[in-house]
Structures are given as structure tokens and as C-alpha cells.
Design a protein around this ligand. Structure first.
Ligand code: ARG
Length: 586
């Protein structure tokens, strides 16, 4: 269904036309002074310039036509030339009734077929997930669900970091520790020799160790380089060992993502781009874009209008090994062949902006994607500690995701009212959901491009813009519905409006479509968080003002119950898009 402002824009545009003005002047927006009116149109200002007339005259003429329309309870032309509008309660409740029936909860659906590949998560194999990867997973999952809720076809790809120097470092260190493994022998035969089963905890310990060692030990670093190049050339022993590293690591990553309700349609990695590299090289060569410089193959992507230096894209090093730019470019070819996407969105730290700008320019120059394919780097800011610096462990190390989740779980567990539950299992499941909801909402409420401070106490507070507050409000609605023994299934019949608080709540519900339009246009889930919060606040006011359980007027009571059911459904829909699971009690 259309958003309410789109419907009203249609009506107001017609009124402009009827008065002899351009219909385009009839754009309606939500009022920023809800105490004065619900909607407004500022088209008379522009009309005044076009038709050389006093703006207030135009506003008055149009308001006159609108006041005859039964949709409006009040239309006013206000100095200097605003057209202020408030719809009737009947109209507002009819919009809510339509939303209650709509399979998309009133979220406007895209008109053109849109296929989006979302590249998010981006964990690196053999490295434990750290909080830098948390944001990509949380924001990416929300964007994926947001795009789906708007009717886009979306493919989520984790794009594992599994093909670069870190792999060489891990293999080099494994070799130092286990020189007698068959995979390190020159005559290794994958058909009959076996590689040992690896333990992910050991892998997680090896990478930081090997990385630190490479910074002091040149010979070790050179060895890791050579191994990386040989792995990329698929030397059998290294390649078999690498497959085992991937297996162990991916199994562990899947568990972590599952805890976060994050899931991917594809578990492709940088290594899967390898098959497309010869094609990439051929295209770059045929188009005359690639040339040799200092022994490496590069492509210039600078433009005359650049204000900052734009380094060339590095495609291939002297030793034949490929780089981050190369795998990203080759992956674009793969995605184009497999999915023909209209958009590719990269949910990656904003500090990688230059890398993506280089890749996007190179793809367009080489024609890897069509002119209208939208390549977007949806960069995000840093999660900081209270000192404003990237969040660290107490002893200053990199905070691992599992440690963070444990801390949040313990804090959430403390806050749960144990009397509401009959089993320990229920308590721990609820604590788990509360912890995740708090962390995710605390992240998503900020515009993705901004840095934010991780403050667990604040995130877990049952007051303010928090995940805990939203879960709490859902439990309150559920508890009223339980008390009244209402069956929360089947058609939601929206009735009359009796009080101001209901009007405000219904307006909030009716404006959900706008919030989703805004969020998808900006690729910014924080607008979904804001809207969910507004709905919860309006519910709370409504609940405070009216005694639903003890109400004697049956018709009123039924209308209120149905409104509760609808607001619950709407908040839960918002939470679902944010990949946050609600709870029935807490
Ligand atoms: N693995 C990379 C990192 O940890 C992120 C990958 C992002 N996606 C991409 N297509 N480059 O920085």
C-alpha cells in the first residue's frame, strides 16, 4: 500500500491543479508541529514564484478546495503560506485498518524489480570475531531484512577473508610447530594423505602469534609470503590444509552468527573469486587499462576532478600473488554472472572508503557491471569505549565478540525478574535475547556512519531508546492480552478513536510506511529504531491514560484490545527487521 503522505500528496496535487496550478506543488510531508496539525504542504511558496502571486492567496485557494474533502477534519492556510492539514479520526482508523490487513504491514513495496547483493560480516578465517565485525553483521543483517521488507530481492554474502597473507601466516606457523605433517612434504598426495583435524581455539591463538612474529622476524615473514603465493597457486599440501582451516573456522563462525540471529545466503570467500581472476586480467588487458609499474600490475583510476590523491589499483604483485583489490574486483564479475544484481552494497568499516572507491571506479572503467548498477559502500563508524577510543578489553587488548556477549548475558541475567518464570532454562533464554536485543539496538539506533560509545548499562536500561525498553513494552502488551484472555490471532478489527492517546498511537502506526521509505532510501536502519521507539512511547501513554482491563463499555474495550494487538504486531515487525527477537516476559 502507499504511504499516507503519498496518498495525501495525490489529493493535494489534484487540489492545486483544480485551482489552475502545477500538480507538482502538492507534496505533503508530516508536520513538525504535531500539536498544530498532522500534515503540511509548503507548495504555495514555490507557486508564488512560478505564478507571480502572493503565496498566502494560493495557499488559501487550495485550502478551500481541500476543506471540501471528507478526508480532512481541518485544513488551514497559515501565514506566510503553509497549508496545514489534520485528517479525520475515521480516515485515520481506516488507514490503520488497511495496515492491519496488509501483508506488508503498510510498508511500501518497490515498483521496479530490484536485486541487491549485500556483502556483510566479512570475518577473517582463523581469527576470532572481534567487535569490529559485530557492526558489519548487525547493520548488514538489518539492511538485508529492511530491503526484503520493501520487496527487494536480497542475497546476503558473508565474503570471508580467506585468501590473503593471514592464511600464509597461519600455515607458516603450523609448519614451524608441526614440520612432520604430510601436507608439508613435497610428495603430499591429497588422494591418499590426510590432514589433521584442527581445533578452532588453537587457530585463534595461532594467528595473533604468527602476525606478531612476522613483525620481528623477516625470514618468517618472507616464508609466509611465499606460502601465500603457493597457496593461491593451489600447491596441494597447503591447499588441503587450508580447506581444513576453513572448515574449522566456518563451523565456529556459524555458531557465533547464529547467536546474533545473523544468517547468510552464501558463505563465499575471497578464495571463490580466484576462478574469475584470469577473466578479470583479460578484460583489464584487452581494454588497455592495466600496465606494469615497479614490477606490479596496476590500473589508474584517478580523475581530473579529484581533490585528494587517488592511488592506482594494485592488481598483481611481482610474485604473482593477488590482493584485496583483485579479489573484490573478481568477486564483482562472479556476482554479475550469478545474480545480475541491480545493486551491490558493501557493509564495511568506513575507513575502507578509499579501497571501495578505487574498486568501483575500476569496475565501471572495465565495464564489469553496467552503467546503472549501483555499487555502494555503506560505511560504518567505530564502536568506542567510554574513553572515546575503540572498545578494548580491560587490559587493553582487542575485545573478542564472545567475551562481549558473555558480559552482556550476565548483566541481562541480573536484571530479569526471576519470579516471572517457571524454569531456569526460560530465564537463561530470556537473558540471552535481552542481551542481544540491547547490544543490537544500542548499535542500530545510531546512524551507521557515526561512531558510538558502547555502554552496556545504558543499553540494558528499561528506560530511554533501548532494546530493553522495546522488549519491555512488548511484554506489557502481551501481559494485558493474557490477562484479558485475548486470542492474538485472526483479523484485527480497528474501531473508533475515543481518546487523544489513541489518535497519537494510530498516527504513529499510519506513519510507519514513511519511516521505512526513509530508512531504505538512506540505507539506514536507525529510522526503524526511532519509529519502533515512538510507537512504544505512544503505546505507553495510551496504556497509562486508559484502563483497558477494567473498561465497562464493551465496544470501547474491544477497540482498545484490537489497537493493542496492532501495535504489538507493528513493534514486533520493526524488531524482526532489526533481527531482534521479542520475549513474552522478562
Ligand atoms: N575481511 C575484511 C576485513 O576484515 C572485510 C571484507 C569486506 N568485504 C569486501 N568485499 N571487501 O576488513
Amino acid at each position: 500500500m502507499k504511504t499516507i503522505t503519498a496518498i495525501l500528496t495525490g489529493i493535494v496535487s489534484e487540489a492545486f491543479e483544480k485551482c489552475g496550478y502545477d500538480a507538482k506543488l502538492g507534496n505533503v510531508i508530516v508536520s513538525d508541529r504535531l500539536d498544530l496539525c498532522q500534515f503540511q504542504c509548503n507548495g504555495a511558496f514555490q507557486g508564488a514564484k512560478l505564478y507571480r502571486k502572493a503565496p498566502i492567496i494560493i495557499a488559501k485557494e487550495v485550502a478551500q478546495v481541500l476543506s471540501e474533502n471528507p478526508v480532512f477534519a481541518k485544513v488551514e492556510a497559515v501565514n506566510p503560506a503553509f497549508i496545514n492539514m489534520t485528517v479525520t479520526d475515521e480516515y485515520l482508523s481506516s488507514v490503520c485498518a488497511e495496515i492491519a490487513e496488509d501483508e506488508f504491514c503498510g510498508i511500501p513495496q518497490v515498483e521496479e524489480e530490484t536485486t541487491v547483493v549485500i556483502d556483510y560480516g566479512g570475518p577473517n578465517v582463523a581469527k576470532p570475531l572481534h567487535i569490529g565485525h559485530l557492526r558489519s553483521a548487525v547493520i548488514g543483517e538489518a539492511l538485508k531484512r529492511l530491503a526484503r521488507s520493501c520487496g527487494m530481492k536480497v542475497i546476503g554474502d558473508v565474503h570471508l577473508g580467506d585468501w590473503g597473507m593471514p592464511m600464509g601466516l597461519v600455515i607458516a606457523e603450523l609448519m614451524e610447530r608441526n614440520p612432520d605433517w604430510a601436507c608439508f612434504k613435497e610428495d603430499f598426495d591429497p588422494a591418499k594423505d590426510e590432514v589433521p583435524t584442527l581445533d578452532v581455539n588453537e587457530l585463534n591463538e595461532i594467528y595473533p602469534f604468527a602476525s606478531a612474529k612476522s613483525k620481528q622476524d623477516e625470514a618468517f615473514k618472507d616464508k609466509a609470503h611465499t606460502i601465500t603465493a603457493q597457496l593461491q597457486a593451489r600447491k596441494p599440501g597447503y591447499y588441503s590444509l587450508w580447506k581444513e582451516i576453513i572448515r574449522a573456522s566456518v563451523e565456529d563462525l556459524k555458531k557465533s552468527y547464529e547467536k546474533l540471529s545473523v544468517d547468510f545466503d552464501y558463505w563465499y570467500g575471497e578464495s571463490d573469486a580466484d576462478d574469475y581472476i584470469p577473466k578479470l586480467l583479460k578484460i583489464l588487458e584487452d581494454k588497455g587499462l592495466m600496465y606494469e609499474s615497479d614490477g606490479a600490475m596496476i590500473v589508474d583510476v584517478a580523475q581530473e576532478t579529484d581533490k585528494a590523491p587517488m592511488p592506482p589499483v594494485l592488481i598483481k604483485k611481482t610474485d604473482g600473488s593477488v590482493l584485496y583489490d583483485t579479489t573484490d574486483l573478481a568477486t564483482i564479475i562472479q556476482r554479475e554472472e550469478d545474480f545480475k544484481p541491480s545493486d551491490i552494497w558493501y557493509v564495511v568499516d568506513k575507513r575502507q572508503a578509499l579501497h571501495f572507491e578505487q574498486c568501483f571506479r575500476c569496475s565501471k572503467l572495465a565495464g564489469l557491471v553496467g552503467e546503472d548498477t549501483s555499487l555502494e559502500h555503506l560505511g560504518f563508524g567505530t564502536m568506542n569505549g567510554s574513553d572515546g577510543k575503540p572498545y578494548k578489553t580491560r587490559d587493553g587488548g582487542v575485545m573478542q565478540l564472545s567475551m562481549l556477549l558473555d558480559t552482556a548475558y550476565n548483566a541481562a541475567y541480573e536484571r530479569i525478574n526471576k519470579e516471572n518464570f517457571t524454569s531456569e532454562e526460560e530465564i537463561s533464554q530470556t537473558a540471552q535475547k535481552l542481551a542481544i536485543a540491547s547490544i543490537k539496538f544500542g548499535d542500530l539506533i545510531n546512524h551507521r556512519s557515526k561512531d558510538y560509545i558502547f555502554d552496556l548499562d545504558k543499553f540494558l536500561s528499561a528506560e530511554g531508546k533501548t532494546g530493553a525498553y522495546l522488549l519491555y513494552m512488548v511484554t506489557r502488551i502481551s501481559s494485558v492480552l493474557r490477562k484479558l484472555e485475548v486470542c492474538d490471532e485472526g483479523k484485527i478489527e480497528i474501531g473508533k478513536i475515543y481518546t487523544d492517546a489513541e489518535r497519537e498511537l494510530m498516527l504513529g502506526i499510519a506513519l510507519t510506511g514513511e519511516a521505512f521509505s526513509h530508512a531504505i532510501a538512506e540505507r539506514a536502519p536507525n529510522y526503524i529504531c526511532e519509529n519502533a521507539y515512538q510507537l512504544a512511547v505512544s503505546f505507553s501513554k495510551f496504556y497509562h491514560d486508559n484502563h483497558i482491563v477494567s473498561e465497562e463499555d464493551e465496544e470501547k474495550k474491544t477497540a482498545w484490545i484490537n489497537l493493542l494487538r496492532l501495535v504489538k504486531k507493528m513493534i514486533v515487525k520493526h524488531l524482526d527487521v532489526l533481527a531482534i527477537e521479542p520475549v513474552e516476559r522478562m
